[in-house]
Design a protein around this ligand. Structure first.
Ligand SMILES: NC(=O)c1ccc[n+]([C@@H]2O[C@H](COP(=O)([O-])OP(=O)(O)OC[C@H]3O[C@@H](n4cnc5c(N)ncnc54)[C@H](OP(=O)(O)O)[C@@H]3O)[C@@H](O)[C@H]2O)c1
Length: 287
């Protein structure tokens, strides 16, 4: 039975798609531009836009399961758009990419990032469809944003020097997503997904230096300077949401992001992949 994958040309969705394909499941990739999608052979590709609900019925036609992701400030509307159409086209189960913090931060101390994801989760929970919610900590792949400065100057600039974060390898998120899409026992579950250890940004940079065989410098920058860098990559609204979340954490010094949760190991039967292993596997991006 066809499984629809959103974000199929991207990071987590791309990994979900390839894993489903390798396991022999029929998959349909949703993309805004099939001509640029460059997806593997054997994938059915449909043009659709989560921002344009009229494009979604054809994309979901005949599908019973969906992997749902959306970006930043669009999360609440894009997820709600897909959920509303899915209810009408016969989708039975949606595996939703959310974020850690939805449950760990109370609404009074919430940040835009938390609010967007909480609203997206509520749209799914209240839909009457089957659901599994994945709440990952920060992705190890975020470190790829450091690659140009590491290659060019051997330096990493970040506002979070000493904040421990149990970052997760997106491959592990994809593996959990595929389990939830294809196995029984995950309906009505929300999984807090973390890596096996909490590392500060300085420790991540040291691990990258080891993988590269050369020491790297670390420079702490302000949250505002970081916001400006993010804005170039993700747009102003998402950058402002991320910056607000970071500023809140740095002011309070109290963060859920350093906590280790057991859910990933319970689902996969093994601990998550480590940052050191991720750094070794991706060293070529930084060399
Ligand atoms: N980054 C982190 O550290 C972190 C931590 C916790 C949770 N998260 C969650 O993970 C999400 C990011 O996941 P990711 O890294 O896998 O994302 P990503 O790869 O950067 O996302 C890109 C994908 O989004 C699709 N897309 C963008 N706009 C679209 C639209 N209007 N309609 C349909 N598809 C659209 C693109 O499809 P096309 O271009 O092919 O149309 C592309 O496949 C965040 O939004 C957040 O919810 C992230």
């Amino acid at each position: 039975m066809t499984i629809v994958v959103t974000g199929a040309t991207g990071n987590v969705g791309g990994k979900v798609l390839r894993r489903l394909l390798a396991a022999g499941h029929p998959v349909r990739a949703l993309t805004r531009d099939p001509s640029r999608a460059e997806l593997p052979a054997g994938v059915e590709v449909v043009r659709a836009d989560l921002d344009l609900p009229d494009t979604l019925p054809d994309a979901l036609e005949g599908a019973r399961r969906v992997f749902l992701m959306a970006l930043g400030h669009n999360k609440r509307t894009h997820d709600a758009n897909l959920v509303a159409v899915a209810r009408k086209t016969g989708v039975e189960h949606i595996v939703q990419l959310s974020t850690l913090g939805v449950e760990e931060v109370d609404e009074e101390h919430d940040t835009p990032l938390g609010t967007w994801h909480r609203q997206a989760e509520n749209a799914l929970r209240e839909s009457g469809l089957g659901w599994t919610i994945l709440r990952p900590n920060g992705f190890m792949t975020q470190a790829l944003g450091w690659a140009p400065a590491i290659r060019g100057e051997g330096v990493v600039r970040s506002p979070v020097a000493d904040l421990p974060e149990a970052l997760i390898d997106p491959e592990d998120i994809a593996e959990v997503a595929v389990r939830a899409l294809t196995e029984p026992g995950h309906t009505g579950r929300a999984y807090a997904l973390t890596g096996p250890a909490a590392l500060t940004a300085r420790e991540q940079v040291a691990a990258l230096g080891e993988a590269l065989g050369r020491p790297l410098r670390f420079e702490q920058i302000s949250v505002e300077a970081h916001r400006a860098i993010l804005a170039e990559r993700y747009g102003e609204a998402t950058a402002a949401g991320v910056a607000k979340a970071l500023a809140t954490v740095l002011e309070s010094g109290d963060d859920f992001r350093g906590r280790l949760f057991p859910d990933l190991e319970r689902v996969l039967g093994r601990p998550g992949r480590s940052f050191r292993d991720w750094a070794s596997a991706h060293a070529a991006h930084f060399a």
